[in-house]
Design a protein around this ligand. Structure first.
Ligand code: FE
Ligand code: FE
Length: 285
């Protein structure tokens, strides 16, 4: 394990979120495992949250946006990006963990099975492709983790909120106020979110997708917003409405993981057609 990457894979964070927000079925079983969330967080995941909260400052986000948002690193098709992401393996147990492609296909297949529109299935397929940031050498805390606005007070609903005391923006005259540098109800498009795979993929794909899909991609890790209903003082009317779609997507991300591995080769033709329907043969990453 290296200091900057305490988890064996970024998927440990997703597993932790699933434990924090157990599915209705699991929580009604009153499983004691789910009663005391914080006591049960793995030390590696706790350390990951500490790094994330300490280093995701307003200036850090600005710097990452300047570094990555020109999208000049690589040109790749969506399927190539999926295969590239798949080279990211869990160093603890690569044999039992689902591969990245398998997670994407499971989410997409669950959405498809529920009869949702094709663009919604496509969101399931691509939603985590921004994690290729890990393969560009970015630390886990700058790729995954619950996201939140920067430049204003960190909501007390954010997991391990106490770690923000180590953040350079903590106590800042403006950034520590409720609205910070923003107007009340400024709308999320005017708010800078902590940097990670959501924001990056949103910029790569936004030109080709309906706005509902853009929201699902851009805010799927914004648990303080879509699960805790925090930050509504920054939301516009449109954000409130479109967050219904973000909430609709979330269960497919968290609860569609099953031990049954999707058959990548047999599913491939369907998904190649779906990709072609929306995207050009190459995207700028
Ligand atoms: Fe994700
Ligand atoms: Fe995911």
């Amino acid at each position: 394990m290296d200091e900057n990457n305490p988890m064996s894979s970024p998927d440990q964070w997703e597993a932790d979120v699933e434990r924090r927000y157990p599915s209705a079925k699991r929580s009604t079983q009153a499983n004691p495992e789910y009663r005391n969330y914080q006591a049960e967080v793995r030390p590696t995941v706790r350390e990951f949250y500490r790094l994330n909260h300490q280093y995701q400052t307003f200036d850090f986000v600005k710097q990452k946006r300047t570094q990555f948002l020109p999208l000049q690193r690589q040109r790749m098709s969506v399927w190539e990006a999926m295969e590239f992401l798949n080279t990211l393996v869990d160093d603890s147990d690569p044999d039992t963990e689902l591969s990245q492609i398998e997670h994407l296909l499971q989410a997409a297949e669950a959405i498809r099975a529920d009869g949702h529109p094709r663009w919604f299935i496509l969101v399931g397929l691509i939603h985590d492709l921004g994690k290729i940031l890990c393969l560009f050498g970015e630390p886990q805390w700058a790729v995954v983790g619950d996201t939140f606005p920067v430049g204003c007070a960190y909501s007390s609903t954010i997991v391990y909120h106490e770690f923000f005391r180590m953040n350079a923006d903590w106590g800042h005259a403006v950034y520590s106020t409720e609205c910070g540098i923003y107007e009340r109800h400024a709308g999320l498009e005017n708010i800078m979110m902590s940097w990670g795979h959501d924001e990056y993929l949103y910029h790569v794909t936004k030109a080709y997708l309906p706005i509902e899909a853009q929201y699902m991609i851009r805010y799927h890790s914004f648990y303080p917003g879509h699960r805790e209903n925090a930050y509504t003082h920054l939301f516009s009317e449109q954000d409130q409405q479109l967050f219904e779609w973000v909430r609709k997507f979330n269960p497919y991300d968290l609860y569609s993981k099953s031990d049954e591995r999707p058959d990548v080769e047999s599913l491939r033709p369907f998904y190649m057609d779906l990709i072609d329907e929306f995207f050009p043969s190459e995207l700028a990453w």
